[in-house]
Ligand binder design. Structure first.
Ligand code: TYD
Length: 184
C-alpha cells in the first residue's frame, strides 16, 4: 500500500469557521462563478526539481485562492482512475510508472474561470508547443516530464478533485482582497 507523506494543509476547522464568521459580515460572495475549482498537481519531476513554490507562486500572484493542498505518493489505483481516458494510449504504462515514481503535490485552486485560466498558466501538454511564460514553457522539455497537471474542463475538475481530495480537506475561505480582484 502506498505510503502517504505528511504535508497536508489541514487548517483547523475551528479557525476557518471563525474566519468565515468574521469575514462573512458584509463580505458574502456575490459571484457564484468565482467559486469554480480545479485540480492542479506538481508531478514527481516538478517535486524533484523543487518547483512546488514556483507553481504555487504563479497561481497566487494571478489572484486564485488555494483551497486544498497535500503531498502524497499516489497509488496505481488513484492514477488509473485519474487517467482513465488515456488507458489505451501507447504512453499509458510509462505515464503511470512515472506518476508513481515519487511524491506529487496536489492542490485545489478556486476562482473565476480558474479551469480555463490554469490551462493557460500551465501551457500546452507538449513543452515544445508551450509558450514561454507558461509553467511547461519555462520549465520543461519533453512531454513525458511536463512538471504539472491541470484539469481540462469544469466537469473533469469536479471528478478529479473528488478523486484526490476528501471534502473535509478543502477549506472554504474568503480573501480580504476579493473586491480588488473581482468586479462586484
Ligand atoms: P493529456 O491529458 O493528454 O494532457 P494534459 O496533461 O495537458 O491534460 O495527457 C496526460 C499526460 O500524459 C501529459 O501531461 C503527459 C503524458 N503524455 C505523454 O507522456 N505522452 C503523450 O504523447 C501525451 C499526449 C501525453
Amino acid at each position: 500500500m502506498a505510503a502517504r507523506f505528511a504535508l497536508c494543509v489541514h487548517v483547523a476547522r475551528a479557525v476557518t469557521r471563525t474566519s468565515t464568521r468574521v469575514l462573512g459580515q458584509g463580505h458574502a460572495r456575490s459571484l457564484s462563478s468565482d467559486t469554480e475549482r480545479t485540480l492542479v498537481a506538481v508531478k514527481p519531476d516538478g517535486v524533484q526539481r523543487r518547483l512546488i513554490g514556483e507553481v504555487i507562486k504563479r497561481f497566487e500572484q494571478r489572484g486564485f485562492r488555494l483551497v486544498g493542498l497535500k503531498m502524497l505518493q499516489a497509488s496505481d489505483k488513484l492514477l488509473a482512475q485519474h487517467y482513465v481516458s488515456l488507458q489505451r494510449k501507447p504512453f499509458y504504462s510509462s505515464l503511470l510508472y512515472y506518476m508513481t515514481s515519487g511524491p506529487i503535490v496536489a492542490m485545489v485552486w478556486e476562482g473565476h474561470n480558474v479551469v480555463r485560466s490554469s490551462r493557460m498558466l500551465v501551457g500546452n501538454t507538449d513543452p515544445a508547443e508551450a509558450a514561454p511564460g507558461t509553467i511547461r514553457g519555462d520549465f520543461s522539455v519533453h512531454i513525458s516530464r511536463n512538471v504539472v497537471h491541470a484539469s481540462d474542463s469544469v466537469e473533469g475538475a469536479e471528478r478529479e478533485i473528488s478523486l484526490w481530495f476528501h471534502r473535509s480537506e478543502l477549506i472554504d475561505w474568503e480573501g480580504w482582497d476579493h473586491k480588488n480582484i473581482y468586479h462586484l
